[in-house]
Each structure stands twice: as structure tokens, then as C-alpha cells.
Design a protein around this ligand. Sequence first.
Ligand code: 5GP
Length: 110
Amino acid sequence: MTLFSKIIAKEIPADIVYEDDDMMAFRDINPVAPVHLLLIPKEPMVNLLHVEECDGIVLGKMMTKAGAIAKAEGLDDFRIVVNNGAGVGQTVFHLHLHILGGRDFSWPPG
Ligand code: 5GP
């Protein structure tokens, strides 16, 4: 069980900005941008190498909802990041989208 499962179960407090039956979005505890949200499926998935075809329904819903969640934070321009694996910075092994905005971002990412 990861700490995100505990956030879903409301065993650990979080600043939740969106929740429905499939997903939850909350503010990152250590933001790297003025807006830094984490959007997670309620069904635990380790990362994109550990998803089944049936997970596509929830993942599709998350991508569909991400824009509205960002817009509700006042963002028209935002970046979505998935750190997939410890080698690129994944520290919590419950799949999550970082929704980042409110400042300039360089490309390519570091
Ligand atoms: P990752 O490094 O796995 O891509 O992202 C995990 C994110 O979870 C990090 O940005 C980190 O700041 C955030 N995080 C870690 N622990 C907590 C917590 O207890 N509460 C919240 N809201 N975010 C957390």
C-alpha cells in the first residue's frame, strides 16, 4: 500500500481539489510550480508498465478530466508529467499525473 492509497482512504490528509468514483486530484506537498497537482486513479496501478487494457477506461477519464481540473486552477497552459520508474524520478509507486502550471517551463525537460 502506498501513501496515495492512504490519501484515497482519507487516512492521510491532503488538499483535495477534485474527486469522483475513479480518480482524485490533490495538491503536491512539495510543489515545484505555483500550481502542482497530482491526479491519481483510485484503483492502484504501479506505473505505465503495470497497466492492463481495462485500465484504459479510467486512464482515459483522467486525461479527459485533467484539462478541466487545470482550468479550474486558472490554467490555460499547463504541463502534464508522468515519472515512470525510479530512474526518472518516480518516488511513489501509484501511477499519477503531475499537473504543473503558473510559471514558464523549458523544453526539452530536464
Ligand atoms: P513522483 O516523484 O513519484 O513522480 O511524485 C510523487 C509526488 O508525491 C512528489 O512530487 C511528492 O512531492 C508528492 N508527495 C509525497 N508525499 C506526499 C504527501 O504525503 N502528500 C502529498 N500531497 N504529496 C506527496
